[in-house]
Design a protein around this ligand. Structure first.
Ligand SMILES: Cc1ncc(COP(=O)(O)O)c(C=O)c1O
Length: 372
């Protein structure tokens, strides 16, 4: 029996192991542990990669969004439009600043929110659109930016899952007023712990974000605003600088693996495959299929040595954390339906064609037994 983990980072880390060890050596020798040369360098190269003016390294993706919203002055009474089917962090950032979450259902094919549906949710209290490039696929940012301009709204992109994806010639995370990034280890660009970043072209937002991540201080022991300790860790920044030059080729590898899945599962009865239009617009952080008998398929794959995940089993509005919101079960049927049917198949740079073929054979085996 093959063994197929959901994710295996050893391939990428083996290839750069000497550089990683050397960077730890340098770090020890230099002895600057917080906001040192490593953070500066990573901020410079991430901004350059995205052709943005400012990058502010922060502790994680959730803090990137929270600080981003705070820098825009978002707070109680303001409404922020978010997808109904995102990872809970997107919602938590809005809650963290005391603003009101306004969920919008995703498009049935791309799983991303689209301008026409966002527009229906806009009220006079709407301040920000917070689209998520879910599973690694860009939203239609051109349409969302036009909509935001028409209604005089800010846009903060949750780009935790889609670093390197390109929409209409421009990278995700570089369209909005602010792009928020996560470098959680399993992300397409992952640190060896928690890490995140904020990108913007706006000098004022950048200056406020920089201060907010560091106790609201511009100068040691002088605090202008109520800040956080949400700095990008110096060691993680150095690791990310070593990994960033590999991102494009790792994303390309993900595209090849996704292509293989799409090919081998083509016309498989009972499976809805991911939909996309432009190969550049997807970096396949997650390869997610829809199946009716999802839990049984997941078990069958597990017994066959294949680990799969569910992104996500319970939408944010049904989480206990959001019991206090006046949202009933059934309010967001698309998100609820997805939660019962999505299944994420293994995908990572280094995953062999043999293993992908094996996964597809097992998916087909199961579905043909089910009488699909
Ligand atoms: C869509 C999305 N938004 C935000 C986050 C939060 O990022 P982090 O775990 O770095 O806080 C994640 C990742 O976990 C995510 O997948």
């Amino acid at each position: 029996m093959e063994s197929v983990p959901y994710l295996d980072l050893t391939f990428q880390h083996h290839a750069i192991k000497q550089e990683l060890l050397q960077c730890f050596d340098d770090f020890l020798d230099e002895g600057r542990y917080v906001l040192g040369r490593g953070v500066d360098t990573f901020e410079t190269i991430l901004a350059a990669y995205h052709n943005k003016k400012h990058c502010i390294g922060v502790s994680n993706g959730l803090d990137a969004m929270t600080i981003g919203l705070k820098s825009m002055g978002i707070g109680p009474g303001d409404e922020v439009i978010v997808p109904s089917n995102t990872y809970i962090a997107t919602w938590l950032a809005v809650t963290a600043v005391g603003a009101t979450i306004v969920p919008v259902e995703p498009d049935l094919r791309s799983f991303n929110i689209i301008a026409a549906d966002i527009e229906r949710a806009i009220t006079e209290r709407t301040k920000v659109i917070l689209p998520v490039h879910l599973y690694g696929q860009s939203c239609n940012m051109e349409a969302i930016m036009k909509l935001a301009e028409r209604h005089n709204l800010r846009v903060l992109e949750d780009n935790a899952q889609a670093i390197g994806a390109i929409h209409k010639g421009k990278l995700t995370g570089s369209w909005g007023d602010i792009g928020a990034f996560s470098f959680y280890p399993g992300k397409n660009l992952g640190a060896l712990g928690d890490a995140g970043a904020i990108l913007t072209d706006d000098d004022e937002l950048a200056q406020v974000c920089r201060s907010l991540r560091n106790y609201g201080s511009h100068k040691k022991y002088y605090n202008d605003r109520i800040g956080m300790n949400a700095r990008l860790d110096e060691m993680q920044a150095r690791i990310l600088s070593i990994k960033l030059p590999h991102l494009n080729s790792w994303n390309e590898e993900r595209r090849k693996i996704a292509g293989l899945y799409l090919n081998l599962l083509q016309d498989c009865p009972g499976v809805t495959l991911p939909y996309f239009t432009d190969p550049e617009s997807h970096v396949w952080h997650i390869f997610s299929i829809l199946v009716d008998n999802r839990d049984a398929l997941q078990n069958y794959l597990k017994e066959s040595g294949i680990v799969t995940l569910i992104h996500y089993p319970l939408p944010p509005h049904l989480q206990q954390a959001y019991d206090g919101l006046p949202i009933e079960k059934g309010a967001f049927p698309v998100a609820e339906n997805m939660a019962g049917r999505v299944l994420s198949l293994p995908i990572y740079p280094g995953l062999s064609e043999r293993k992908v073929t094996y996964v597809c054979e097992k998916v087909r085996d199961f579905l043909s037994r089910e009488g699909n």
